[in-house]
Design a protein around this ligand. Structure first.
Ligand SMILES: [Zn+2]
Length: 480
């Protein structure tokens, strides 16, 4: 048995919105005391009416366009009925594709790589439920839980794919590309806690579909799928029937466990939401949005290659980290040297921030700003400091937030181009590295070794071109 079919249901909050989907409570519920971001509407008290957030329709439509979906002329909402403590109304307002109506997007496709596309079956706009806190020990251990409705009613985009993935790596690639797209559209800050969640369904050839719910970060998805494939393969090999069921991912124990038998669609008793009329999007809505839509990652990639003359490899690294790509472009506005700045950012700069790059706003909270990098690169190109010195200065900027010119002045670390000073350094290296000097007369590698020693001797401040010339001269005329 080899054929694995994997489909995804991704829930992405529209984190850019100020307010919830149907009321004026705050869209960003994080860091608030439990049940302080609620009102009669999002708690579903009798007599309240939902008022749709127009921007949520715009952002979900942009997402549909970016994922190659058809956007209908008019949309409507449905009630999905189920009882669960996190759902104060006992139904969720969502969308449903019936009676000739479709959700905000349908029948799309998203390019995974040059050889494969993933079909998107639908995209719908819906409200997020509240949150249940099972306290320590989790839902299988505790017999009580706390409920926080601050999140209830936050606008959510559900993206449902066809089961077109055949392995976890494809899923990871897709989720990375999807995150980038959502970030570029400005729809969702995917690094915010709980802003993207994923349900995965996995079936092995001929077997039933098993759904894994509650995977709270894209990073965990690959692990959950790997676990599930192993579990199902083992059952198959022992001739145990794989039941259609819903399982949960335990991200501490790294296992899936059975949670409840899966509801069928008809269990939800979908019916049209009577309190929201049919919304006619109008002929110009989609075409207008297309004109004003932010640049997508693929378009940005093309621009980086053509306008800035960056290599595809470097463009790819930058665009895969939207915040770094934004930082790069802000730096260019101050000093336009795209190739040098891009190189500096993805080598020296990125190596220093790697540890923090998972946090939501690692660039905003840093002391290093585009003006620092612009000035630093300008000094390298103007031959004022060496590349080695630039690295040291960068470390000092990270610590102090001072401008490179201030640090260079304070530490007197201008590049040494004075031939007299450099000659003294060369002489000193020649005195101590006698065997390397002999070697260097026939071996080019040894010349580089001597240059390295001169750089070290000058704390990285020597102008390497001049130092190299002096070394070569001295090798030819040892007593000059
Ligand atoms: Zn509310």
């Amino acid at each position: 048995m080899s054929l694995v079919m994997i489909g995804l249901e991704i829930h992405a909050q529209i984190t850019v919105l100020e307010s919830k989907l149907f009321c004026s409570c705050r869209g960003n519920y994080r860091d608030l005391r439990p049940n302080t971001n609620i009102c009669e509407t999002c708690c579903g008290l009798p007599g309240t009416l939902p008022i749709i957030n127009k921007k949520a329709i715009q952002y979900s439509t942009m997402t549909s366009i970016a994922l190659g979906c058809k956007v209908p002329d008019k949309i409507m909402f449905y009630r999905k009925n189920y009882f669960y403590p996190d759902l104060p109304k006992n139904f969720q307002i969502t969308q449903y594709n019936v009676y000739g109506f479709s959700s905000i997007g349908a029948e799309g496709s998203f390019e995974l790589d040059d050889s494969k596309k993933i079909r998107i079956s639908r995209i719908q706009l819906e409200e997020d439920p509240g949150r249940i806190n099972y306290l320590e020990g989790g839902m299988n251990v505790r017999n009580s839980a706390l409920i926080d409705y601050n999140r209830a009613g936050v606008a959510l985009i559900e993206i449902v794919t066809e089961p077109d993935f055949t392995n976890p790596k494809e899923v990871r690639l897709f989720l990375n590309k999807l995150s980038l797209t959502l970030e570029h559209l400005g729809v969702c800050n995917t690094l915010m806690e709980g802003s993207v969640r994923c349900d995965v369904n996995v079936s092995m050839k001929g077997g039933n579909k098993v759904e894994i719910k509650n995977i709270n970060s894209f990073k965990e998805v690959e692990k959950a799928i790997n676990y599930e494939i192993t579990r199902q393969t083992s059952m198959y090999n022992r001739n145990i029937k794989i039941e259609s069921e819903t399982r949960h991912w335990d991200d501490k124990k790294k296992i899936t466990y059975k949670s409840r038998s899966k509801e069928e669609e008809h269990d939800y008793r979908y019916f049209p939401e009577p309190d929201i009329p049919i919304i006619v999007l109008g002929d110009n809505f989609v075409s207008n949005l297309k004109v004003h839509m932010p640049e997508l990652p693929s378009q940005r990639f093309d621009r980086f290659v053509s306008k800035y003359k960056l290599s595809e490899h470097i463009s790819d690294i930058l665009i895969n980290d939207k915040k770094l790509a934004d930082f790069f472009e802000s730096t260019l506005k101050i000093y336009f040297s795209p190739v040098e700045i891009a190189n500096f950012l993805i080598t020296e700069f990125k190596s220093m921030i790697e540890d923090d790059s998972d946090s939501t706003d690692y660039l905003r909270n840093m002391k290093v700003k585009p003006e620092h990098i612009a000035e630093l690169v300008k000094m390298i190109e103007g031959n004022k400091i060496s590349r080695i010195t630039a690295k040291d200065i960068l470390v000092k900027i990270f610590e102090s937030g001072l401008l490179p010119s201030e640090i260079v002045n304070n530490t007197n670390s201008f590049k040494i181009a004075d031939e007299k000073i450099l000659m003294d350094a060369v002489q000193s290296v020649f005195d101590t590295e006698k065997s390397a000097v002999e070697d260097a007369k026939t071996n080019h590698e040894a010349i580089n070794f001597l240059l390295g020693k001169v750089m070290k001797f000058t704390n990285g401040r020597a102008d390497p071109k001049i130092a190299m010339r002096l070394i070569n001269n001295k090798l030819k005329k040892p007593n000059a």
